[in-house]
Write a new protein. Structure first.
Lengths: 169, 997
């Protein structure tokens, strides 16, 4: 069966939360100063830019997403570049967050596909789900941002779900 | 000394013979110790009679003594045991077991010291007997089957410590060596060797120390495969033996072969094998190669200087390889931050935990900006500890120490092992009087925690503010904080630089200081906002309230001061008032913990309000350097001059500190005791509480009259003034002829996977008398590494010479009791430091036993809380003077208090203090979770505002600024995090504190 699975606001918020929790800051003790605080601050700033764009895309839809992807990616790249020797690590950590965001959003959205349907009074159980659209996770910051914005702005996933009767399994 | 030579233990081929020999050796050492107890003719006669009666009547010694009407005294009991040691294999071991089980020497009439000694001798007899039984049956077995080995070794080690403490040094060494032999390869072996090495330092036979080191290496190599945490210790021990083997030419080959055999079985230590290969390498026809290899594997270099200069570089190449291999064995450091600890009065910065910046190494650091800002942050914390707050913390800690000393007297002779390793005293089972002392200690510990937690947010606030505002090249006055930074870099001796450039020494200092301040200011510009974002959004509970309060106080000053208050001037006032104006904000230390908490929070609230109202005339004194205002302190929000005379001032501080200790020891005593503190208290419980309060009130505290160090109260916090920045244990070589000390210094550490650390071979010219002193210490200790530390002087008043300027850095070389302090930073090449400086540095780097004991074991009170908690759980009946009491409810309250002390997660003082500070800044107009979530509250409006607000806060720290962002969004920001910003004619800044409110 070909259909659409919709992401809810909760799914979106949970995906953002999951992304932010990738490599959370370590615990401090006594009177302290965190190590790498400037790099961590810039990483967060870059993520906040992405998150702000994702929020806008969620609210405003595909046209906004297309228009803002370029600008967001450029600003994020600027922030990454400002971290000097740490730029590569920052980029990797941002990509990890983006990937975590997409994973969580997709997982939660797919989880909305009904586990069973009734056809002609026969109950069929979900056997498999296939994404009808491709989601590209690459090492490119720009492409990853575009992908995340595109998926977020749609707020839905095209899926093909296969059901079969319990007897068949 | 009839002990086994430790070298014999390296070649054990016959376990049976070795175990037998170790048992005989133990008996001989025990007999030596007993000989230290004086026994007159009459005692000898009595002991012989009891021995004969015991044998004839087939009864135990107590019955035998009673039957012949003989008195069992300490000398008599000691002589009996001596007889059994002599007749050990003829029933003596069984008799010794019986005797030591039926008789408690502490109950016998004798002088205290002899009774105590016999108590510890007694403790050796039983494990020695069991060891002997096992040794007899070991035929064909493995050493590991000697289960009694560890207990016997531990008992002899204890006895060795006791003998050492009464200056019976030779007997102590004999027992120490017996402990080593008895330990075999058990887990006790490394500690036994450590002690024996200390004892052997007093021995004239210097080969003993080297044999012991070889034994240590052998044990550690064998154990480190199963326990990788021993790998670096094993590496160091092998390295030490190899480098000192030149002192044992006859046994050199044998020891090298044995070590090599052990090492071949251990893959963990493969990295040290090149050193052994170098030591065993036959001469070639290449002199440079031969000399390099030979010197690389020797601790002492006898070659003349020109040759050493030639060889130093090739040797360093080999040494760096070896050092990198050792680095790979060191455990990973996963600390998330730098931290300043009250317990040690110093900070730890992870990159300098195993490295010491030196020479131009700092300029090569990739993270110099962060290093400057972090070191500044932590230096501000250390300076804040040198304050009225530090005085109160010292008093509470000294009170804790005093209670532990008192508790140690409850239970007979203190166990020297437990005393030095656990610190807190064991408690007598069910003893009600100990319950009173233990409860008092817990209350004091809670007050210590409360005081540190309540002040945490404020102290973090000024440290965060100081990161950006401590100094600026535009400000004419240097801060001690940035003087520390300027002295971190060595750019050559200032006098030489001045002569070479034809300028004054002052100009060179000023230029270097400006250079450091420029780096610091640039770091702040580049990283300030991003760091602030991390602190206020990722760690809001720690930083947000304190920083907001500091900024609001500064804004309040800006609102009333006629001129401009720069960040630097504001920081000068903030640091000064946080050091010399907090004493009045500390509650009476005798209060109960709950009252103390309430009072501490109320005083913080009043203190911040008064701070915001500091009049312009007092602020004005900080527009110039502190020194011009003279020594001063704060009372009721006003700056007043303190005593000008340093000696009188020191005496006054000493008296005030002692008074604080006395105050802390009044906890739960007399009128200070809350008799309603036990829930559902009944008549008997109340009676017990009253008695406890009366008993505690009877105790006096007088450092002068007690057998205590009267200056501990000053020495403890004074350690803060010599602030260690980095430390590392480095390999070294002594060249006595040329009076040079060569050290391979790790100047930059690297996290695993980020490449090898950086090293530098440094050659230091030692003063003449330091050379033989170090050579002697090397023969005593046989370590191939010494501790190198970089220390900064935070004492602002010591301006005697170039080497004692505030912020001056010293490179410290520390080896056992030997120390050499070399001026560093801007005082590089300035000759020797004064003896006063050397002693202050020694107090920090080589603290005496009591300072170490306090900071390691009792400072935080947690060990005492754990002890009390498990003690209370184990008690079934409470007694005092032989009478039982129903102290169950009281004990339950004490147990609950111990749990509270240990459960740091449950403490709410930091959050409560944050609320006090935020209330001062924002009144009621603040979100309930602002202290907990900080700038994260802006996320729901727009995530990018978080960084934006961090930018605005950074920009306005030097004064109000124009902000198009705040013009546009100020109101919405206020809706999320409260009206923290206010606009004046000059621009946007943090809202001043509303003093009327």
């Amino acid at each position: 069966m070909h259909g659409i699975a919709w992401a809810s606001s909760d799914d979106f918020e949970s995906a953002l939360e999951a992304a932010r929790s990738v490599e959370k800051s370590g615990e401090l003790s006594d009177l302290a100063a965190p190590l790498g605080a400037a790099v961590a601050g810039r990483l967060s700033e870059a993520w906040d830019r992405i998150e702000a764009a994702l929020q806008e895309a969620w609210r405003k839809g595909q046209d906004f997403a297309r228009g803002t992807a370029e600008e967001t990616a450029a600003r994020v790249q600027e922030i990454i570049d400002s971290t000097g020797d740490s730029a590569r690590a920052v980029q990797e950590r941002l990509l990890a967050r983006l990937h975590r965001y997409l994973e969580e959003l997709i997982d939660r959205t797919i989880a909305r596909v009904r586990g069973s349907i009734t056809v002609d009074s026969r109950e069929l159980h979900l056997n498999s789900v296939e994404l009808a659209q491709s989601v590209t996770l690459t090492g490119s910051m720009k492409l990853s941002i575009q992908e995340a914005l595109a998926l977020t702005s749609e707020g839905q996933l095209e899926v093909t779900a296969q059901y079969r009767s319990p007897a068949a399994s | 000394v009839a002990s086994l030579s430790p070298i014999d233990t390296l070649s054990v081929t016959d376990v049976e013979t070795f175990a037998f020999a170790a048992a005989v050796d133990g008996r001989l050492s025990l007999a030596r110790a007993i000989a230290g107890i004086e026994a007159d003719e009459e005692s000898l006669e009595t002991a012989a009679q009891i021995f004969e009666a015991t044998a004839a009547m087939r009864v135990d010694e107590l019955a035998a003594a009673a039957s012949i009407d003989a008195e069992l005294t300490v000398p008599v009991a000691a002589t009996l045991l001596q007889i059994y040691l002599y007749r050990w294999t003829d029933g003596g071991s069984d008799a010794a077991l019986r005797l030591t089980n039926i008789l408690d020497p502490s109950q016998l009439p004798a002088s205290d010291s002899e009774g105590t000694l016999l108590h510890w001798i007694w403790g050796c007899a039983e494990p020695l007997a069991f060891f002997s039984f096992e040794a007899e049956d070991i035929s064909g077995g493995a050493i590991e089957e000697l289960d009694a080995s560890a207990n016997a070794a531990q008992a002899f080690r204890r006895l060795a410590r006791v003998l050492w403490s009464i200056n019976a040094v030779d007997d102590a060494l004999a027992c120490g060596l017996s402990a080593v032999s008895l330990a075999m390869w058990s887990s006790e072996a490394p500690a036994c060797v450590d002690l024996a090495l200390e004892l052997a330092s007093a021995s004239d036979d210097k080969s003993v120390s080297l044999f012991l080191k070889a034994r240590q290496a052998d044990v550690l190599v064998r154990r480190c495969t199963a326990d990788p945490s021993l790998a670096t210790a094993a590496f160091d021990a092998v390295e030490s033996v190899v480098r000192h083997l030149g002192d044992l030419p006859e046994q050199r080959e044998q020891l090298l072969t044995q070590l090599s055999g052990s090492l071949n079985a251990s893959e963990v230590l493969a990295g040290i094998r090149p050193l052994l290969r170098a030591a065993m390498m036959p001469p070639s026809d290449n002199a440079l190669f031969d000399d390099t290899v030979r010197l690389f594997s020797s601790a002492r270099w006898e070659e003349p200087w020109p040759r050493l200069a030639e060889l130093a570089e090739p040797i360093s190449v080999l040494a760096i390889e070896l050092e990198n291999a050792r680095r790979r064995l060191e455990p990973a450091d996963d600390a998330a931050g730098a931290s300043t600890k009250w317990a040690t009065w110093s900070f730890e910065y992870p990159p300098f935990r195993r490295a010491v910046p030196h020479g131009p190494s700092l300029q090569r650091e990739t993270g110099l900006d962060e290093l400057f800002l972090t070191v500044t942050h932590e230096t501000i914390h250390v300076l804040s500890m040198m304050s009225g707050l530090g005085q109160a913390v010292t008093a509470l800690r000294l009170a804790l120490l005093e209670i532990e000393f008192r508790l140690w007297t409850f239970l007979g002779p203190p166990d020297p092992e437990a005393f030095s390793s656990i610190g807190v005293a064991p408690l007598v089972e069910g003893e009600v009087t100990a319950l009173a002392q233990a409860e008092s200690a817990l209350e004091i510990t809670r007050k210590l925690q409360i005081l540190q937690d309540v002040w945490g947010p404020w102290l973090e606030g000024i440290a965060v503010f100081g990161e950006l505002g401590a100094a600026s090249p535009d400000d004419p006055f240097s801060s001690v904080v940035t003087l520390v930074l300027a002295n971190l870099m060595e750019e050559g001796p200032i006098r030489e630089a001045a002569a070479a450039e034809g300028i004054s020494v002052g100009d060179v200092i000023s230029r270097r200081q400006t250079n450091a301040e420029e780096i610091f200011a640039a770091a702040g510009r580049d990283q300030g906002a991003a760091r602030l974002r991390t602190m206020l959004a990722d760690y809001p509970a720690r930083y947000f309230a304190g920083y907001a309060a500091v900024r609001a106080v500064v804004s309040s000053w800006r609102a009333t001061y006629p001129g401009q208050i720069s960040a630097q001037m504001a920081f000068r006032v903030l640091l000064h008032v946080s050091r010399f104006g907090v004493a009045e904000a500390v509650p009476d230390l005798a209060l109960s913990a709950s009252d103390f908490r309430r009072d501490a929070l109320a005083r913080l609230e009043n203190w911040v309000a008064r701070l915001a109202g500091i009049p312009a005339e007092d602020l004005d004194k900080f527009s110039r350097p502190d020194a011009e205002a003279g020594p001063s302190e704060w009372r009721d929000g006003r700056l007043i001059p303190s005593r000008q005379d340093a000696e009188e001032s020191g005496e006054e501080t000493h008296k005030a500190s002692i008074e604080r200790c006395v105050q802390a020891l009044r906890t739960l005593s007399g009128a200070w005791a809350d008799l309603d503190r036990v829930p559902d208290s009944d008549k008997e419980t109340r009676m017990l509480l009253e008695s406890a309060a009366e008993a505690l009130a009877l105790q006096s505290f007088d450092l002068g009259s007690l057998d205590r160090d009267p200056w501990l109260v000053d020495r403890m916090p004074a350690r803060a003034a010599m602030m260690p920045i980095g430390r590392v244990r480095s390999p070294f070589w002594l060249a006595p002829e040329s009076r040079r000390l060569f050290v391979l210094l790790r100047t930059t550490d690297r996290a695993p996977g980020q490449g090898d650390p950086l090293h530098q071979m440094i050659a230091t010219d030692l003063p003449e008398e330091k050379v033989p002193e170090l050579a002697q210490e090397m023969r005593d200790r046989r370590d191939s590494r010494m501790l190198i530390a970089r220390v900064a002087n935070l004492r602002e008043l010591m301006k005697a010479d170039d080497t004692a300027l505030p912020g001056a850095n010293y490179l410290v070389f520390s080896y056992g009791n030997w120390i050499y302090v070399q001026p560093g930073g801007m005082a590089e090449g300035a000759g020797r430091v004064s003896s006063r400086i050397e002693e202050s540095v020694r107090e920090r780097i080589q603290p005496d036993a009591i300072l170490d004991f306090e900071s390691d074991l009792t400072a935080e009170g947690r060990a005492g809380a754990m002890r009390t908690s498990s003690w209370i759980e184990s008690v079934e009946t409470w007694t005092a003077g032989g009478t039982s009491y129903d102290a169950g409810k009281w004990a339950a309250r004490v147990g609950a208090l111990a749990t509270e002390v240990l459960d740091r997660e449950s403490h709410t003082e930091t959050a409560a203090a944050a609320e006090v500070l935020l209330s001062a800044v924002l009144g009621a107009a603040r979100p309930a979770d602002l202290g907990e979530r900080g700038l994260e509250l802006l996320r729901s409006a727009d995530p990018t505002w978080i960084a934006e607000i961090a930018e605005q806060l950074t920009a306005s720290s030097s004064g109000p600024v124009e902000s198009s962002f705040l013009d546009a969004h100020g109101e919405q920001v206020g809706e999320r995090i409260g009206p923290i910003f206010a606009r004046s004619e000059s621009g946007w800044d943090v809202r001043p504190i509303d003093q009327e409110a």
